[in-house]
Design a protein around this ligand. Structure first.
Ligand SMILES: NC(=O)c1ccc[n+]([C@@H]2O[C@H](COP(=O)([O-])OP(=O)(O)OC[C@H]3O[C@@H](n4cnc5c(N)ncnc54)[C@H](OP(=O)(O)O)[C@@H]3O)[C@@H](O)[C@H]2O)c1
Length: 295
């Protein structure tokens, strides 16, 4: 199969390319700022760039692994840009995927839920609380309607992996330098989720594509844990002082609304793929091994 990956330099984008190549498929990936060998430049906000990427790749499968730096807070403060990035660009991609006869994968989020009635399976009612979640849901709906059995939505959350040079650090990478320097960090115990190893997310998505799966799948790790407990265990596994992790028990007064408890279930995923989604213990060990290999 020929894959086209938008966001080839991101945490998940890099893992996708590794797995796709390992499985004997071909891949063309795009970058916007950070060039890497063999990648082509593409700003997903520009239709002509998207069209050129499709024309060059002539893909069987396209995966959108781009993300808007600044995340949920940035989206809330820049709703027009968030709409263009998370909804309109995905609509453009879906239309091009249809034109080129390609399958399309959107990597979506637990933020389509409000977090009031966990756990959530794929068919549960959505109710996004913020701009980011609303625009991702807009993209989900369009892709599923437009592409039918060639549209795949992979909802994920709390993605982590060893990626020290990233400009958009995941939670564990974000607290790493401070813990290493012996400085304290804050970790909310009111925020729960399923930690998801980027490598497993990528492997499961590729396997779903190979199986020509369509519709919505939750693609997350099996454990459901609060960030304070996760950070403590992280410090233990990496050999940092666990006393440096400060518990934040209550949400700050000013916080963009978000689901606090968005436990995603993976029964549908595990019944479909052989990829094992690693839990917290195995995942942290893999993170540690990768960090040791890179020094
Ligand atoms: N991380 C999580 O916890 C999480 C949770 C739920 C869903 N997701 C989804 O998972 C996917 C992958 O996330 P990630 O953590 O791997 O993201 P990431 O590491 O932040 O990478 C994002 C990539 O997007 C590219 N990009 C940004 N703006 C672009 C634009 N205008 N045009 C083209 N490319 C652009 C960047 O390219 P350059 O580096 O070249 O600028 C970067 O390589 C995203 O769709 C995200 O929404 C992630």
């Amino acid at each position: 199969m020929k894959f086209l990956i938008f966001g080839g330099n991101g945490l998940v984008g890099k893992e996708l390319q590794t797995i796709i190549t390992k499985h004997g498929h071909s891949v063309l990936a795009t970058y916007r700022n950070n060039n890497a060998d063999g990648q082509i430049i593409c700003d997903i906000l520009k239709y002509d760039d998207l069209k050129r990427a499709f024309e060059q790749a002539k893909p069987d499968v396209v995966i959108n692994s781009t993300n808007l730096a600044g995340g949920v807070d940035f989206c809330e403060n820049n709703p027009e840009l968030a709409k263009a990035f998370h909804c309109q660009a995905n609509k453009d991609m879906a239309n091009l995927a249809k034109e080129y006869g390609a399958r399309m994968v959107l990597i979506s989020t637990d933020y389509v839920f409000d977090g009031t009635k966990p756990p959530y399976s794929e068919g549960d009612a959505t109710n996004p609380l913020n701009v980011y979640g609303k625009e991702k849901l807009c993209a989900e709906n369009y892709i599923l309607e437009t592409l039918g059995d060639k549209g795949l939505v992979a909802r994920t959350t709390n993605v982590y992996g060893w990626d020290p040079h990233t400009k958009t650090p995941n939670f564990l990478i974000g607290i790493y330098p401070k813990l290493k320097a012996g400085e304290s960090v804050n970790a909310p115990s009111f925020l729960y989720g399923n930690p998801t190893l980027a490598e497993d997310l990528a492997a499961a998505i590729v396997e779903l594509c190979e199986k020509e799966a369509s519709g919505i799948y939750h693609v997350v790790g099996p454990d459901y844990i609060d960030r304070f407990t996760w950070a403590k265990r992280y410090a233990e596994v990496l050999g940092f002082d666990t006393g440096l992790i400060n518990e934040v028990a209550n949400p700050p007064a000013v916080l963009v609304p978000r689901p606090f408890k968005s436990h995603l279930t993976i029964d549908k995923l595990t019944a479909t793929v052989q990829t094992k989604m690693r839990g917290v213990e195995e995942g942290l060990q893999a993170f540690k091994d990768a960090s040791l290999q890179s020094v």
